[in-house]
Design a protein around this ligand. Sequence first.
Ligand SMILES: Cc1ncc(COP(=O)(O)O)c(C=O)c1O
Length: 425
Amino acid sequence: MDDPLSSLSSQLMQATMVRYYHRLINDFPTLHMKDLTQQESGQGRLIRLDGRWVTNFGSDSFLGLDKHPAVLDALDRGVRKWGSHNGCSRAFSSVEANEMAEERLASWLKAPSALIYPSVTLTNLGALPALLTRHDALVVDQYAHNCIQQGAKIAKAQGIQTAIFSHNDPDSLELTLAKFRPYRHAIIAIDGVYSMSGMLPPLVEFQRIARENRAVLYVDDAHGTGVLGERGRGTVLDVLGNYDNTLVVGSLSKGLSCFGGFIACNPEIKFALKVRSGPMVFGGPVPPPYLEAICTVMDIMESDEGLILLSTLHENMGLFNRLAHGAGLSPKGGIGAIASIPIGDETATLTAGKLLFERGFYVQSVIFPAVPHHQGILRVQINAIHTHQEIRQLVEALADVVAEVGTTGEEVPAANLEPNGVTSI
Ligand SMILES: Cc1ncc(COP(=O)(O)O)c(C=O)c1O
């Protein structure tokens, strides 16, 4: 008879997602491109991936600050000043760089205060269950990022009423909230930029519904931070003009090229989360060198150089959109730094990614579970450090490749589906 660990391992091999990935590897051994190794990082966005030098159109480091000399110096300085890690939870103490990074972040965002977590995932897993109690309700957009869905599951386990509503659909949101009334408070959790499609939510409409229903808007703007709005302050301030009745989660690891996530909130909520949210109390913080780097990134975002980087990013995105539309590619999104080209069929989507790779471009070919079955996409991430020539060449290659593989679907939901394909909480 098997020992328990062997038995557990064999059982896991039968789990839906593991079987799905095994099938992917078996059916598309040379196409799936889901387990690549980057060996080197070269000039600009050149990378050596699985032995081939390609231009990387799959990086979330949208402004290219990952290569900025001042950011690298700050990391260096931070290591010498603090060592590699602080080594204790913030429930005991915080390094000064942590307090400073939160102050700088809040000041840049024009928000009352900010609390930094080690990732956006931990922010959502930690904050959503900690913000509410069993008298409250949490409603989540169907395609909100997986970590919001997971945060909602933890909230549900704590007795908070939870439900999903149809993607970007105000009527569905209103009906879902109505189902739960009366509640003491409610949170409406959505993405600020849907990471697979690059599409934005109807924030003004959602805010109106939130206010009419005694609910707070909770926006995970991971892909809007450092990208959208004045000086890259994000989707919420750009569209709503203020943070009233809104909690904003953002990323330090994408547009800002450091490490971590944050929630922008009032000081009362910051205090409550510091003492109530699991990852904050029981987990470790962002390593101090990255906190030093965040302060340097804030300097850049507030400088003329920051403005130039942002306008270069948007100019690059504009160029991509114009060329892609001109080539008949019908890109979706394309407002921030992400555009997606609908392909549809899984084989066609993976083949397209592989053909692009062979032509010298890395673009993520995205299939289930990141998007629903048979709605595969090519996800193009535009960076400020891409050259116009690289963008032109990419669009030429995309047009050829899409013509070769064909497309079967126009729908591009911004899905971050549960691995078992179930979107209910
Ligand atoms: C909306 C959204 N939230 C959260 C995450 C995860 O962020 P992190 O890697 O910091 O956990 C992502 C990643 O792409 C995202 O798009």
